[in-house]
Write a protein that binds this ligand. Structure first.
Ligand code: HEC
Ligand code: HEC
Ligand code: HEC
Ligand code: HEC
Ligand code: HEC
Length: 177
């Protein structure tokens, strides 16, 4: 375990050095947003994003890069997982699933949990600019070991309620096209 963390730390330095080029510019976004994963892989957020001892404390945006700029926060490409998992996680069956997908040239598939209807619009960016943390709407994802689930209603009443509380626009056209 400790060795894995050290390797991951070294990789983080490498990833940092690669900067925008290889990591930010390059990743292929998963086109099919989380259909049913046939492989049954559950991604442990706590291992990667948790801040307790032995957890990697990666920033949410490290993987969900486009949260600030587009409607879709998106999940990272398999390529990005493999920066670490080419060498980290030999003993793990679940990492074996990740590697097998990589070797087969298949993207990992996920079940998408959050989705508002097409006739409504939501973008992450104004909310992040307004100062909300991810946890405001998604809960403490960094402590979740199992599949992330939706923890907040994020229905019209919830959206409008928060908009009113924060003097954000609440006309119908704000959210309905
Ligand atoms: C190492 C990469 C990585 C990091 C870091 C990461 N995530 Fe994720 N996240 C994923 C992957 C992969 C999925 C898709 C699998 C799943 O749904 O659990 C996902 C799914 C999610 C989902 C569910 C999306 C949906 O609707 O299905 C939310 C919400 C989320 N992440 C929030 C966060 C937050 C908040 C943080 C920071 C505390 C974070 N993530 C850090 C990789 C990451
Ligand atoms: C910055 C490096 C890094 C990145 C990027 C990364 N991981 Fe990990 N991951 C780790 C480390 C370190 C562990 C803990 C390994 C261990 O316990 O041997 C781990 C553990 C896991 C585990 C659980 C292993 C187990 O059985 O407990 C899974 C599954 C996993 N990662 C999948 C992914 C997926 C999928 C992605 C891409 C969305 C990803 N990881 C991105 C470093 C990373
Ligand atoms: C004000 C509430 C709010 C905040 C704050 C918020 N989200 Fe979301 N998130 C949502 C809603 C609503 C959806 C569904 C959007 C849709 O269906 O278009 C969503 C969807 C997602 C998804 C899955 C769908 C996708 O866009 O790919 C991920 C991953 C995600 N959020 C991650 C994050 C991360 C990471 C942060 C912090 C940087 C964050 N969110 C902050 C409300 C929020
Ligand atoms: C936690 C509080 C909160 C929640 C929950 C929330 N919002 Fe917001 N929303 C805001 C704030 C604050 C702004 C920023 C207003 C500004 O820039 O002045 C905003 C901005 C927006 C904007 C951009 C408005 C504009 O004209 O600039 C849209 C669209 C939006 N929200 C849609 C939604 C939808 C749809 C939901 C529910 C799925 C939602 N919001 C949930 C607080 C929230
Ligand atoms: C802050 C964002 C926001 C504002 C402002 C808003 N809505 Fe909505 N509305 C939503 C979201 C998100 C949904 C989809 C989730 C749901 O059904 O609650 C929705 C759903 C609806 C639906 C469909 C309900 C259903 O059963 O599918 C109607 C009708 C509607 N809104 C009308 C309005 C009218 C009329 C106004 C102005 C008085 C308005 N909305 C203002 C976000 C908003």
């Amino acid at each position: 375990m400790r060795r894995g963390i050290i390797i991951a730390a070294a990789l983080l330095v490498v990833l940092g050095a690669l900067g925008g080029g290889a990591v930010i510019g390059g990743p292929k976004v998963l086109e099919a947003m989380y259909p049913l994963p046939e492989n049954g892989l559950i991604f442990p957020h706590n291992v990667h994003a948790g801040t307790e001892a032995g957890q990697l404390a990666l920033e949410c945006e490290f993987c969900h890069r486009t949260a600030e700029i587009s409607r879709a926060a998106t999940v990272p490409s398999l390529e990005q997982c493999m920066f670490c998992h080419k060498v980290v996680g030999d003993a793990s069956e679940r990492v074996g699933i990740v590697r097998a997908a990589w070797e087969a040239g298949k993207p990992l598939e996920w079940i998408r949990q959050h989705r508002i209807p097409d006739h409504t619009q939501f973008r992450h960016e104004p909310h992040l600019t307004a100062g909300f943390a991810c946890s405001e709407c998604h809960g403490d994802v960094g402590s979740v070991a199992d599949q992330v689930t939706q923890v907040r209603a994020l229905e019209m009443g919830d959206c409008v309620g928060c908009h009113k509380q924060n003097s954000a626009p609440a006309q119908c056209a704000t959210c309905h096209t």
